[in-house]
Design a protein around this ligand. Structure first.
Ligand SMILES: NC(=O)c1ccc[n+]([C@@H]2O[C@H](COP(=O)([O-])OP(=O)(O)OC[C@H]3O[C@@H](n4cnc5c(N)ncnc54)[C@H](O)[C@@H]3O)[C@@H](O)[C@H]2O)c1
Length: 377
């Protein structure tokens, strides 16, 4: 694993917990974790159960006793690391967004295909049982033809103007702001549930233009460096409209300025025969409305997706014994282990990451031109 903070912790935990819940074809061995700061990576290795640590990520790629490289570093180094790993014949799991640009994402897809390695992108939210169940209902035609999706990813962790200028607010490290960081997740959910985007038109805003320099200290917390100020050159908020290949239309909003919303990753889908709603902050539940319900009893019902009928839920506890954020990663890792055993790349893989990047870039182009932009152009 390369990187050892927020996602380092989420992924390490998932690898360790995986064998407790799933009988996968392969079992992960936590061999080596890499980071630039020796004290930090040594402490992380000890706490998170890694056999060793290294301060140079390239040495992991050269080792014969490592089969999988997991990239949990900021976005600007994903391409370099993933391509080097693939060229050395390692399977690759990469955090989202896959890359900084479509051009980078294309090179990453080429590299993993050429090397014949297994690849995945960590869009973990599609592995919530309630989201998987939503997909099953849509695929079975229970909602009929889909008309609408409205999806939001609302956070509020940078609203304080004194919150420092961390890597997530610097274009050269992150690519884009709320768009690539959190809209990328609702784009992935939309592609998973509805299929491909056709065209988009968007807008972006940066509310706080300057902040004190600082760095992430784990999770979504940060520390100020030296009191110097720097320019915020990414979006604090992005919104866009979309048309899908299947004729549905979508309304999307991603912001870190929605006070009171800590991790409001939500969608509602309306079809000719019913509607569904999901909210990450209440992630075990799926709300379902079916037009065929008896008159007088019609309305959204709440399904607690913790039963064996709900994908992945049967691997955990008895019905009603809810699971959490970390289990979305465990479910994804289970697919990754089985994928490596079979030699196939489960979705979301690098090709999904590329398609996601194409939508992100189309939104940015539309903001620059003020026009609708075709996603494939
Ligand atoms: N799937 C999700 O829900 C989710 C959530 C948060 C972050 N992410 C993604 O995960 C990735 C990491 O985010 P994070 O929140 O864990 O960041 P973080 O700041 O908490 O941790 C980043 C880690 O990368 C290391 N690092 C930074 N630059 C490096 C370099 N050049 N070489 C080697 N190591 C380097 C840092 O030392 C640190 O250990 C990002 O791509 C982010 O978009 C995904």
């Amino acid at each position: 694993m390369i990187g050892h903070k927020f996602m380092g912790k989420a992924h390490s935990h998932a690898y360790r917990d995986l064998p407790y819940f799933f009988d996968t074809s392969l079992t992960p061995v936590l061999q080596t974790i890499a980071g630039r700061d020796e004290k930090g990576v040594e402490a992380a290795a000890r706490k998170m159960g890694w056999a060793s640590y290294d301060t140079d990520w390239r040495s992991l790629i050269e080792r014969d006793d490592i089969d999988l490289i997991d990239i949990v570093t900021p976005n600007h180094v994903h391409a370099e690391m993933a391509i080097a790993a693939a060229e050395a014949g390692k399977h690759v799991l990469c955090e989202k967004p896959l890359a900084m640009t479509v051009e980078q994402a294309k090179r990453m897809v080429e590299a993993v295909k050429k090397a014949g390695v297994v690849h995945m992108v960590c869009h973990n939210y599609r592995y919530a049982p309630a989201v998987q169940f939503a997909k099953k209902l849509i695929d079975e035609g229970r909602l009929g033809k889909i008309y609408h999706i409205r999806a939001q990813y609302l956070q509020d962790w940078i609203m304080d103007p004194t919150f420092p200028l961390v890597w997530r607010l610097r274009k050269e490290v992150t690519g884009s702001g709320a768009l690539g960081d959190i809209a990328a997740h609702i784009l992935d959910l939309s592609r998973f549930l509805l299929g491909e985007f056709k065209e988009v038109v968007g807008m972006m805003e940066t509310f706080i233009k300057e902040r004190p320099l600082g760095e992430m200290s784990g999770g979504l917390s940060a520390s100020v460096k030296n009191g110097q100020m720097g320019e915020v050159n990414v979006d604090d908020a992005s919104a866009f409209l979309a048309r899908f290949e299947n004729g549905a239309i979508g309304v999307f909003e991603a912001t870190r300025f929605a006070g009171g919303n800590r991790n409001g990753n939500r969608f509602e889908i309306n079809g000719e025969k019913g509607s569904i709603r999901w909210d990450m902050e209440n992630m075990n539940n799926l709300q379902v409305y079916l037009v065929d319900d008896e008159p007088g009893l019609q309305g959204f019902r709440t399904i607690n997706c913790t039963e064996e009928h709900h994908p992945y839920a049967g691997a955990y506890w008895p019905a009603g014994h809810i699971i959490g954020y970390e289990h979305t990663f465990i479910n994804l890792m289970a697919e990754l282990m089985n994928g490596i055993a079979k030699g196939s790349s489960p979705s979301p893989n690098f090709e999904d990451g590329l398609k996601n990047q194409m939508v992100l870039e189309a939104v940015e182009r539309s903001v620059q031109t003020g026009k609708w932009v075709s996603v494939s152009s």
